[in-house]
Design a binder for this molecule. Structure first.
Ligand code: COA
Length: 165
């Protein structure tokens, strides 16, 4: 059985190795990465899955804004290959989404496969609604609205410097 717990500083290197194995060297060139550069994940929205005393998966959320509306970017999400298909990925996302909702987050964006992320309530972002800081395949930009404010979020997507200040 696994458990979902908050990420600890000592998890950092294992998580970096997990991401490197899951996404390869090209991961830093992706458009979503531009929203992680000069940014920092929200500490209490970073979760890891533990199974048999080992780190089995990780998710992080980053402060962004769309137009004037504050929101979050989800990712990376990764689960160790031999621990996959056991519900950890969805459980990690739900832990973060639940706390983000409790904290009043308006919306969560991500770039990924809709057939997977629909399991956590994500839907395709309407064409033209969000202006990302680089190319994104239209059917991979997904959103989950967490409030009425989030339902109206739109415009240029950027790092939310107010949260970092
Ligand atoms: C995607 C990932 C996080 C899923 O983790 P997981 O713990 O296996 O996910 P869950 O157990 O919650 O869900 C597994 C289900 O999702 C499905 N699934 C996984 N990736 C999928 C995808 N890209 N598209 C559609 N379905 C997918 C699995 O086939 C499985 O289906 P089943 O329930 O019918 O057997 C994991 O496969 C992973 O780390 N992949 C490499 C990194 C990655 O691609 N991250 C996502 C970036 S877009």
């Amino acid at each position: 059985m696994y458990s979902i717990v908050s990420e600890r500083p000592s998890d950092g290197q294992i998580i970096e190795n997990l991401y490197a194995d899951a996404f390869g060297p090209g991961r830093h060139a992706r458009t979503a990465e531009r929203l992680r550069q000069n940014n920092a994940p929200v500490a209490d929205l970073c979760f890891v899955a533990e199974e048999d005393g080992a780190l089995a998966g990780s998710v992080r959320f980053w402060p962004i804004k769309a137009g004037a509306t504050s929101g979050l970017l989800l990712g990376p999400l990764a689960v160790q290959p031999h621990r996959q298909r056991n519900g950890l990925g969805v459980a990690l996302m739900e832990a973060g989404l639940s706390r983000a909702s409790d904290q009043g987050a308006a919306f969560v964006l991500l770039v990924g496969d809709e057939p997977y992320y629909r399991r956590a309530g994500f839907v395709h972002a309407e064409a033209g609604r969000f202006n990302m800081p680089g190319p994104v395949e239209a059917d991979r930009l997904l959103v989950r609205e967490l409030s009425d404010e989030g339902a109206k979020a739109a415009g240029v997507v950027a790092v939310n410097a107010l949260v970092l200040a």
